[in-house]
Design a protein around this ligand. Sequence first.
Ligand code: AMP
Ligand code: GLY
Length: 417
Amino acid sequence: MKVLVIGGGAREHALCRSLSLDPDVNALYCAPGNAGIAEVAELRPVDALDGEAVARLATELRADLVVVGPEAPLVAGVADAVRAAGIPVFGPSGEAAQLEGSKAFAKDVMAAAGVPTARSYVCTTPEEVDEALDAFGAPYVVKDDGLAAGKGVVVTEDRAAARAHALGCDRVVIEEFLDGPEVSLFAITDGVTVLPLQPAQDFKRALDGDEGPNTGGMGAYSPLPWADPKLVDEVMASVLQPTVDELRHRGTPFSGLLYAGLAITSRGVRVIEFNARFGDPETQVVLARLRTPLAGVLLSSANGTLDAEPPLSWREDAAVTVVIASHNYPETPRTGDPITGLAEVAEQDAPEAYVLHAGTRREGDAVVSAGGRVLSVTATGSDLAEARTRAYKAVARIGLDGSQYRTDIAAKAAERG
Ligand code: AMP
Ligand code: GLY
């Protein structure tokens, strides 16, 4: 099978790594990719937001499957363009990707499907904003309706800050604050059948102890030793299957990866958000634990034949990933700094620990930083403590001037097993 992956972050590196290990994959391309992905896939330049260009590239490469990684191309309808060219594609249509692209749309789908989520108001005027803020009280949760690359959500005790964020958005969702640990649960679906993956936990805040600003995610681990073993079944029944059914009944079937961001509250599981693609950095740890070869499952999603797939098979191993970010991330990050230590990790820590590239590019012989999140250092082990030790040992070998990472990824969970 020839596979083309669209995107160029650590999630796409994790996807390409798994696909490169799949014996059914005999040619692997990534567009545009990054310096790390170049080691497992052939890179092609493309404007990932241009559906026609992606479809042309897929046709040229005679791809049997296109996997669209990030949300922006999905919302822009790139999967539709590839499908229209007659090539199987893993990823939802632009319309179905509105589940991520519009928080108001997601709330509407959840209400219709009876999926538990935070109570919310959609506001477009200052009066509506004030009413909604006062209805819920602090802490305030204010979400830009549209895609905002991780910057759209403000959670704050400060009413003035909440109001200012709301007034800066055209349309805003203001909702009830959900208390409790967060879980990311992904499912692969073809619009009818839903195959859940293993849950993971993401660390959203920039600094240790969950301090500092929200980021795209600073680390992740899986499994969750503290979670109820029935969690996946419960979320399948109360969230994932009803959402997929609702979208199909609306005539906008969702195929691809359905990402449920959940809060485990004292009153039960609530959906914080849906995404229409694999999460980053959670994918790095989930795929590290997946035993089933990936390509066949993604192709079954694209072809609508997931009902014939057996349940996914998982390793006993635990996995931890630690994100190394640029100086000044998540504000305007500094880029162009050389990265050292990559060869040492490959020589001394593999295969248990390895480096997945997020924002990197090659400059002559050097690999340099090219984005906010630069590397996602991933490791497996017999338990979280071992995976964590291995991940941080590899992190310590990496040199990147001014870079930052959290030192407490999976620390609490590792104490529990
Ligand atoms: P999002 O960009 O939608 O993933 O939101 C970013 C982060 O804001 C989430 O991971 C949560 O930590 C937090 N958040 C979003 N919605 C809520 C909510 N209703 N209650 C508490 N925290 C929330
Ligand atoms: N890790 C959060 C996300 O992918 O949106």
